[in-house]
Design a protein around this ligand. Structure first.
Ligand SMILES: [Zn+2]
Length: 320
């Protein structure tokens, strides 16, 4: 394999951002494979979903949102702990920052290391990194479910943890009345999966089953286009599951026959490339994905912390 630029360090072209109105007062921002965001209007407040990598990047999204509503942001919901989803939080001036209790644990344990790691992997997403005031700390956490009454006839927004998946603490935001789901990085629609902090077996089984059972008719994944219609929602969920089960099969069989991590990477790359190879961040993610799955299948339940140094070491072993 030829030498490849580290992770997404050579990806410098700006992506077009598109704000879509999914229903009255329900907004999604997609960006050609860059991290997606959402917002849900209540009667007299707004709930924002995800915060991007820096306050400067987040303020650009807020300026687009402000063309539709000027209600204050009462809740900022963080689907999980990753830096490119949370470090822009200060721009929202939210009354409450909501996340899963394990997200708070992960920020305390590895937030600093993850910040350095993600900055090294995806520098383009960190627009004016000096605008980040520090780590983002949730001010309200929960274990299973957190319900926000939107007021009037708007119904409820239900935040749910459906099991371990992309991280130990992912949550989804579900609008039962509108049948719209913000799935965070638990579902990707035509973008590769990052699984470097994942629990692949839980994710590909009960967690995705729980997402499918909600019966969403529109789904905003972590990256990629909004899935429109029950068929597209189901396809996005099953693409995500297929990526995971292919990884589990390939890495598992190499490990079972006493092969090496490098062999597992090559087998997984070959198996996934035909369907997923052209999708955003596929080459970037796969070495970290396989390294995590390798340790998970070998019995390490809690993911090893990614540091900028470990990133480079794994990349050199697998992708160079
Ligand atoms: Zn993530």
């Amino acid at each position: 394999m030829s030498s490849k630029p580290f992770a997404s360090s050579a990806d410098l072209a700006a992506k077009d951002q598109t704000l879509e109105v999914l229903a009255e007062g329900v907004y999604a921002l997609t960006a050609e494979g860059d991290p997606n965001l959402g917002a849900i209007e209540g009667e007299d407040f707004v709930v924002c979903f995800e915060a991007l990598a820096t306050p400067v990047a987040a303020r650009r999204w807020l300026a687009m949102l402000r063309e539709h509503t000027d209600k204050p942001v009462k809740y900022l919901v963080l689907s999980h702990y990753h830096a490119v989803r949370v470090l822009g939080a200060s721009a929202f001036d939210a009354e409450v920052i909501v996340a899963h209790e394990q997200t708070k644990v992960l920020i305390a344990e590895r937030g600093e290391q993850d910040w350095a790691s993600e900055y090294g992997r995806m520098p383009r997403l960190f627009d004016q990194p000096e605008s980040i005031p520090g780590l983002t700390w949730p001010t309200a956490t929960f274990s299973d479910r957190f319900t926000i009454d939107l007021g009037g006839e708007r119904g409820e927004l239900v935040l749910q943890h459906l099991g371990r998946g992309h991280t130990a603490g992912d949550i989804v935001a579900w609008l039962p009345k509108q049948k719209i789901l913000f799935a965070g990085d638990l579902v990707e629609a035509q973008a590769a999966l990052y699984t470097g902090d994942a629990f692949h077996r839980d994710w590909s089984g009960a967690t995705l089953d729980g997402i499918a059972a909600l019966g969403a008719e529109q789904l905003v994944g972590g990256r990629g286009a909004v899935a429109q219609g029950a068929g597209a929602v189901s396809a996005a969920i099953e693409q995500t599951r297929g990526f995971l089960t292919t990884m589990i099969d390939e890495v598992g069989s190499v490990q079972a026959r006493g092969g090496t991590l490098k062999e597992a990477f090559e087998a997984t790359h070959a198996a996934l490339s035909p369907q997923f190879g052209k999708w955003p961040i596929f080459e970037h993610c796969l070495p970290f994905d396989v390294a995590r799955l390798w340790e998970e299948l070998a019995g390490t339940d809690w993911p090893t912390i990614w540091t900028a140094e470990r990133d480079r070491e794994i990349w050199a072993r697998l992708q160079d």
